[in-house]
Ligand binder design. Structure first.
Ligand code: CP3
Length: 343
């Protein structure tokens, strides 16, 4: 069985000898070969140059041959950028958007949806290149942010601690909030359709900030828009919803049309698995900080998670959030070895 088949079988909740494995932020600063490339080109240059983006995407697979999926090297913020609001990384860490989205006029001035796929054509080119390079052996994952998570960056003007502006917008001017989220939803539908045409085997929607809105408002702020996106994509196409801090909403997420629900490390994955419909797979959920410890600890915790899921089909092994720049290569090796060697 190829890695690609293993991955797609897990999405379809078929029983497997071992779960497929990939990790979020699979390529990144913890890899010396990534840092070497980044010394020559900026992050944005790498993202926008298909040959470079494909090279970075494949770096972790070349180093850790047991990984089953390649995740496109890009960022969720290419969508705000394509809509006319650029971004950069602050020297002290975090994101800075070019400006803050505050007024109706600014929302109206965002680039029309029809132009989005053209502006992001380099993503389709990267996926097409990867599809060829992977030769059907590994699964190829596309991704994007959820409308809500992208709106937090656009309205806050970058990374945020309190998310006060986006919440004020949500509670005080729902019409403007909805207008922004409608634009994002339409742009993401066009973007994902393009990724699927370009050869993605699955798409992960990152609702990284889904957990910051009051529980009773999660539907109106975030899940409703994700559901609209999934409904507009091909019926059986594997969509993975990842959200952080949304454990109380996992059942609602499972009924939003996704084939896979990806959960953060705070949930007991076996309990989540047993609580969801049998045709919805789960992905997760090792604490990423474990990769900053020791190989022995990683082996122990990985085995514990695998054992807890024994006999439960529909599991994709992953971290509960992105790998950290401080992750140790020997810990990542221990993770890959433990999952691929598991019986
Ligand atoms: O998983 C992968 O390997 C694919 C690539 C990927 C990146 N970003 C590359 C990246 C993916 C899937 C993302 C998604 C993303 N980007 C999310 C959602 C997932 C999550 O982590 O919750 C978010 C919120 C972003 C926005 C973003 N981009 C942040 C908050 C940061 C960190 C900024 C900082 O202070 O370090 C980034 C940068 C980023 N995106 C890096 C990578 C490899 C690090 C860039 C570098 O310094 O080299």
């Amino acid at each position: 069985m190829t890695s690609r088949e293993r991955f797609l079988s897990a999405c379809a909740c078929t029983a497997l000898e071992r779960p497929p494995l990939w990790v979020m932020r699979q390529a990144g600063r913890y890899l010396p070969e990534y840092r070497a490339l980044k010394a020559k080109s900026s992050f944005l240059e790498m993202v926008r140059t298909p040959a470079l983006a494909a090279e970075v995407t494949l770096q972790p697979l070349q180093r850790f041959s047991g990984l089953d999926a390649a995740i496109l090297f890009s960022d969720i913020l290419v969508i705000p950028e394509a809509l006319g609001q650029g971004y950069r990384f602050r020297d002290e860490g975090g994101i800075a958007m070019e400006f803050r989205l505050e007024t109706r006029a600014q929302v109206d001035a965002l680039t029309p949806t029809a132009a989005v796929p053209d502006r992001l054509r380099y993503v389709a080119d990267t996926l097409a290149l990867l599809k060829k390079q992977l030769g059907g052996q590994k699964a190829l994952l596309g991704f994007g942010g959820s409308p809500w998570t992208l709106a937090t960056y656009m309205v806050e003007g970058g990374s945020s601690d309190e998310f006060e502006r986006i919440k004020l917008l949500f509670y005080t001017d729902r019409a403007l909030f909805d207008a922004l989220l409608e634009k994002l939803t339409a742009a993401l539908i066009a973007y994902f359709q393009m990724q699927i045409r370009a050869g993605a085997d699955a798409i992960q929607i990152f609702d990284s900030w889904g957990g910051i809105i009051a529980g009773a408002d999660y539907e109106a702020a975030s899940l409703k828009w994700i559901r609209q996106i999934i409904a507009a994509l091909p019926r059986e196409f594997p969509i993975i919803i990842y959200a952080k801090g949304t454990a109380p909403h996992v059942t609602d997420q499972a009924f939003a049309g996704a084939r896979v629900v990806s959960v953060d490390w705070t949930s007991d994955l076996a309990i989540v698995r047993r609580s969801l419909p049998a045709n919805v797979a789960v992905q997760g959920n090792l604490d990423p900080v474990l990769l900053n410890t020791t190989p022995a600890i990683v082996r122990h915790e990985t085995t514990r998670l695998l054992e807890s899921m024994r006999g439960l089909p529909g599991h994709i092994f992953n971290l509960g959030h992105g790998i950290l720049p401080q992750a140790k290569l020997e810990c990542m090796e221990a993770l890959v070895g433990t999952v691929t060697g598991w019986k």
